[in-house]
Design a protein around this ligand. Structure first.
Ligand code: TPP
Length: 319
């Protein structure tokens, strides 16, 4: 598949937006400006970007507790996201949800989710609706290596398989579930091997190579759209930060961390773009500067937004 200059530059812009938004979120959290937990996706940007580039606004995604990247790649509004992180009334959930509950149903974003593995059955339900209504839309379901141990994963894969539902299961194997490295929480190397148990195609790709992710997702999306059912894509990647901001991550091997940071997906893509002659370093720097200004505007929007009113504390909540 030949990706165009426009495709690659769009990938670059999305990945830099995720990185810049999250680097700023880390800084703001450390400064005590963001209430609640923040789980960062830094280092994993190629996964959300490569998958969502195959989706339209009609398609659905389910996200995780580490969801900022999925939301940005699916077209989420960074002003509303940042305001939600600040707990402001202008945020996606009017300041009542925080980082782990952002949704935008009009964009097919069915929500970040603090419950590990909860997005899997939701994606199956969305895919069932797509098939039932013959809308032509599909669902992509992001989840971690830890979440692939949950019963929800196995139930979701099985049901999607027997009903041939249009779901792309995307396992973001960042090698850790909180402080447990993959070899301590499962006895297999490739999570994509689990697909065979459900009669589903499974593939493992380099999750730090946006083109590899894009191509695997293109194939899975095609399969889903043509009525051939689900696929499982395992993207091997690495979480650069602690599990949540404030986690010193002393359980990680510093050498391994250094090796993975050397595989940073953003400079890898930049190098490809420059080598192909699609842009010069200065053009990429201009994109990064524009993104920085966009994120700074989102911070200003959040800071200048009102807090939710005490009188509204019981509106828009279920319990
Ligand atoms: C059902 C459930 N069990 C446990 C937790 C606590 N918990 C939060 S994140 C996490 C690890 C998730 O690991 P993984 O799925 O690999 O995602 P990652 O954090 O690596 O992106 C756990 C166990 C939870 N939120 N929900």
């Amino acid at each position: 598949m030949q990706l165009t200059k426009e495709n690659l530059l769009a990938f670059y812009q999305t990945m830099v937006t995720i990185r810049t938004f999250e680097t700023k979120a880390a800084e703001l959290f450390a400064a005590g400006k963001l209430p609640g937990f923040v789980h960062l996706y830094i280092g994993e940007e190629a996964v959300a970007t490569g998958v969502c580039a195959n989706l339209t606004a009609k398609d659905y995604i389910t996200s995780t507790h580490r969801g900022h990247g999925h939301l940005i790649a699916k077209g989420g509004n960074v002003d509303l996201m940042m305001a939600e992180l600040y707990g402001k009334a202008t945020g996606y959930c009017k300041g009542k949800g925080g980082s782990m509950h952002i949704a935008d149903v009009d964009l097919g974003i069915l929500g970040a989710n603090g419950i590990v593995g909860a997005g899997q059955p939701i994606a199956v339900g969305a895919a069932f609706a797509c098939k039932y209504k013959q809308s032509g839309a599909i669902a992509a379901c992001f989840f971690g290596d830890g979440a692939s141990n949950r019963g929800t994963f196995h139930e979701a894969m099985n049901l999607a398989s027997i009903w041939k539902l249009p779901v792309v299961f995307v396992c973001e194997n960042n090698m850790y579930g909180i402080s447990n490295c993959q070899r301590d929480h499962m006895n297999i190397c490739d999570i994509s091997d689990r697909a065979a148990a459900y009669g589903v195609p499974g593939v493992t790709v380099d999750g730090n190579d946006v083109v590899a992710v894009y191509e695997a997702a293109a194939e899975a999306a095609k399969r889903a759209r043509s009525g051939d059912g689900p696929s499982l894509i395992e993207c091997k990647t690495w979480r650069w930060r602690g599990h949540f901001e404030g986690d010193p991550a002393t359980y990680k091997n510093p050498e391994e961390q250094k090796t993975w940071i050397g595989k940073d997906p953003i400079p890898r893509l930049a190098q490809k773009i420059v080598e192909l002659g699609h842009a010069a370093d200065a053009d990429l720097a201009a994109i990064a500067d524009a993104v920085k200004a966009r994120v700074a505007a989102a911070v200003a929007f959040a800071e200048n937004s009102p807090d939710p009113l005490p009188a509204d504390v019981l509106t828009d909540v279920y319990a």
